[in-house]
Design a protein around this ligand. Sequence first.
Ligand code: ADP
Ligand code: ZN
Length: 612
Amino acid sequence: MEQALEVLRTVFGYQDFRGQQAAVIEHVLKGEDTLVLMPTGGGKSLCFQVPALVCKGTAVVVSPLIALMQNQVDRLKELGVRAAYLNSSQSPAAARDVERMLRAGNLDLIYVAPERLTMDSCIALLKGVEISLFAIDEAHCISQWGHDFRSDYLQLSLIVEEFPSVPVIALTATADERTRQEIVKRLRLRSARTFVSSFNRPNIQYRVTEKVTAKDQLLDFIRSEHQDDAGIVYCLSRKTVEATAKWLVQKGVNAIPYHAGLSTGVREKNLSKFLKEDGVVVVATIAFGMGIDKPDVRFVAHIDLPKNIEAYYQETGRAGRDGDAATAWMVYGIQDAIMLRKMASQGDGSAAFKRIEAQKIQALLGYCELTSCRRQALLQYFGEESQNACGNCDACMTPIASWDATIEAQKAMSNIHRTGQRFGVGHLIDVLMARPSDKIQSLKHDEVSTYGIGKDQSEGVWRSVYRQLVARDLVRVDDYGSLALTEKSKSILRGEEKLFLRTSSLKEGKASTKSRSKKRAGASKSPTPRYSPAPAKIGSGNSLFKALSALRLELAKKQDLPSYCIFHNATLEEMARLKPKTKSDLLEISGVGAAKLEKYGQIFIDAINQHH
Ligand code: ADP
Ligand code: ZN
């Protein structure tokens, strides 16, 4: 362990291990199999990188995404680590070079794509060299229940057969018990010890807002809180991705699209732009993100709902890996609820599978409609109890009021009943509000008893009511988007039970007096969180920090590397605060190791000394 600490300090430039890192590394160094569950940004990479440098031989890292291997290898090389990768994007000559280095024992780490590793030729190659350990990154890809299943991961159980004396460390940020068990079983880990870290990401602020016009809300959010920050915007369809990216560009945001329908060339170009330049916003389908370890993503925005809570947690987890404050922001409306419900009933999975999917969707909708701390709910979903409300989510910062919506719910539900349980929400609201239409006329819906009984509320309120009825499973949606009542609705229709709903942000004004809205006056749109990362931060307005960032960008551009490969923001901030004058002062700063000191030390010291 002494050696491990030495490596941490000299190579990585960090003073101490974080959280479970030391315990994990100690276990790996004993030669035992290990399963590591840590949230994104928790510091998984060091759990295998440090042992790789301490142990004799080469560590083999299995990583699912070719596009990102290069990035990881570049970062290690910047630290002076002897690392390389083998995958199908390489020329045969380049691959032969890597193989030669491997045979000569000149590599500490080699990254290999799963489909490559399980080839006979690769196994034979590895048998001829000394392997220190196998690290399986994104190990949840082996689980069919998870959301990133990759069939080539199934073959990885070969490793244990072919290399029985080499320890295996599997790592993932997916927490649920079922996935965990599947990883151990399918990789055939031998009496593996599991290390579970807390999945709390205190620096991420969780917010969910009612969807009105998603694009405008998004732009408003970016402009008011994340101008010039790097971020990810998730949408459901390629079409929305394209349209949103184009629109943001028109509005002056440095945005690019990313989805599976783009050519490989464009995708690579966009990914590299996002990784290498500062302040790029990528608008993407969920095809984007796994393994992206850009540390300074400041926000993740969902303008469509994710598939379930696991996916939400993973996607939002891509924000703020560097530990600085970041925002997970989502807008959500009735159409999203309807869409997810429809998706749950469709598909050709088994009945049991559908039931699980439906439960997962229910949990996600429940999360959206929460009026209590979102972080507590998320952690609880992953089996973690936390005593206190977090102070850094919308529910904690601006308490969300609820109102007694029993009567409105009764009206909305009788309206479904009276019109025959065959219509979508648009028509239902027209009937409630007595808005004439051809459809109403031809169906004679102006003669039903619910016609016009909802004139006292705005359309926004009715949308919010229907949305929450769907979210609470009081109303069901069929394949065509028609709403029908469920068994659960009866007690409310009969007045046996009251129903409290979230106060809609659209509800202010017209209806609020009548329905006794308790929404607090003066609740601001972007409240100040209680969370602030320690220590006191140098703002991005600091002129030395700015000068150092510019220097970093210049150095990065020259080498065609992302700027965080040179130094992280936190490291530059510390430099701006402590103003080191000598190389040994600089070495004290977190994130400065021997290789970087050698390569960049003098340049940064000069810049600090010259700055006035
Ligand atoms: P994960 O793979 O779990 O998402 P990473 O391994 O990318 O997380 O680490 C997240 C960030 O935390 C990285 O920027 C990394 O350099 C930093 N980090 C990891 N361990 C430490 C440590 N012991 N001290 C300081 N920073 C650390
Ligand atoms: Zn909270």
